[in-house]
Design a protein around this ligand. Structure first.
Ligand code: SAM
Length: 225
């Protein structure tokens, strides 16, 4: 049966990969990558020579058809993205959905679990993690203000991804809508050399980044307690 393995890969530190992931990456016929250059760094560290094929946010239907033909032809494929668990706030989700729709029961989709930035951030936060609301990336324009109000009113811990270009804008909006009793945590560059976690009320965290602009770079997870 055609098999697509959804493989979690590191979010920074290349040692964060499971033995099973490495074995499957070696065994499959082809690895679908968000950016083949990024994945090749991982593959070369572990001496894996499996062929790669790119699948990214702009790949389109023709690429999905090509992938489904490979699977129909009996090839086993692995899907990886640039960081973490494919399909969680990255292009992998659309591919899995399209292939499941096209191939139904004739496709086996197998999870090979690994790192995820939101879960790693929650795990070190000390915030309540028994239940939480994951928002992926916030919209840039439409619905953004409404969402901030929903976050302020939420009884659950809220977690989302943010880019270095928008983090200050987002912190300023949070400082405007959140009551000071709500804590904000920022996990930056998890598993990398400049890994950092800071928390406080939204105004304090905003002030920290305004005063330390050299820290407004890298990758961010935002948590609201
Ligand atoms: N699928 C990935 C996962 O499982 O976490 C997420 C992909 S999403 C396109 C990329 C976003 O995840 C980044 O913009 C950042 O917000 C977050 N992220 C990825 N790696 C991170 C890291 N090492 N530290 C903090 N956040 C990270």
């Amino acid at each position: 049966m055609a098999t697509l393995y959804i493989i979690g890969t590191p979010i920074g530190n290349l040692e964060d990969i499971t033995l099973r992931a490495l074995r499957i990456l070696k065994e499959v016929d082809c690895i679908l990558c968000e950016d083949t250059r990024t994945t090749k760094k991982l593959l070369s560290k572990y001496s894996i020579g499996t062929p790669t094929l790119s699948y990214h946010a702009h790949s389109g239907e023709t690429k999905i058809e090509k992938i489904s033909e490979l699977l129909h032809g009996g090839k086993n494929l692995a899907l990886v993205t640039d960081a973490g668990t494919p399909a969680i706030a990255d292009p992998g989700g659309e591919l899995v959905s399209a292939l499941r729709n096209m191939m139904g029961e004739s496709l086996l989709v197998i999870a090979i679990p690994g790192p995820n930035a939101a879960i790693a951030a929650l795990s070190i936060s000390g915030f309540r993690t028994s239940d939480f609301l994951f928002l992926g990336f916030l919209p840039h324009k439409k619905g953004r203000e409404t969402l901030f109000k929903e976050i302020a009113a939420s009884k659950r811990t809220v977690v989302f991804y943010e880019s270095p270009h928008r983090i200050l804008k987002t912190l300023s909006s949070l400082a405007r809508v959140l009551p000071p009793s709500k804590k904000v945590g920022i996990a930056r560059e998890l598993t990398k050399i400049h890994e950092q976690f800071i928390s406080g009320d939204a105004g304090e965290v905003e002030k920290y980044f305004l005063e330390n602009t050299e820290k407004v770079r890298g990758e961010f997870v935002v948590i609201i307690g």
